[in-house]
Write a protein that binds this ligand. Sequence first.
Ligand SMILES: C[S@@+](CC[C@H](N)C(=O)[O-])C[C@H]1O[C@@H](n2cnc3c(N)ncnc32)[C@H](O)[C@@H]1O
Length: 211
Amino acid sequence: MIALVDEKIENYATTHSSQEPELLARLARETYESMELPQMLTGRLEGSFLRVLVRAVQARRVLEVGMFTGYSALMMAEGLPDDGRIITCEVNPKSAEVARRYFAQSPHGHKIDLRMGPAVETIRALAGPFDFVFIDADKENYPIYYDLCLERLRPGGMMAIDNVLWSGYVLDPKDEETRAIVALNDKVLRDNRVDNALLTIRDGVMLAVKK
Ligand SMILES: C[S@@+](CC[C@H](N)C(=O)[O-])C[C@H]1O[C@@H](n2cnc3c(N)ncnc32)[C@H](O)[C@@H]1O
């Protein structure tokens, strides 16, 4: 992933966002030491941002598409009340093994309901409404995840979609993943069911609020 924001500015923003709980720092360390593509983990800045959003919409039901080792799920779980719930989708058993170990150690882990299997099938089987959705899985499916999740989002609910700048390649798409992200960004812009803003946080975060 190519850094889109100047590294010193990014570090300043990160260190001026709420403290990373010690458990999440450990999870990030283990992920970087033991997993392939550890940079998929959202990290402290974007994780804090997600937690702030979850609190801001006073979410009780959250849907996450793409859990990896559970960093963003745990961050969002912190922003939920004790009876709040996150349903999170993942296909990779190795990621799930790491995530489950950390969920078991967290005072917020009981809020997370992990559903293994292709996310399209998982989401199709879910009933809404959700208050907050975070999409961060395979990019080719982004447009379909958007449609499925928007149907299940309550009016006033918020969706955040990660990697929508894709290291800047959206400016000159040359492969299927990039073309899917470009299609998603265009789709959200044209969709009058939502109000949206594309933010230059990390690799780009699309925010959409359902009208
Ligand atoms: C970018 S990572 C998610 C990072 C995570 N949100 C975090 O902050 O650590 C994307 C994850 O989506 C998972 N994934 C890919 N395709 C999927 C699918 N079809 N259904 C469910 N999960 C999928 C991958 O295994 C990977 O762990």
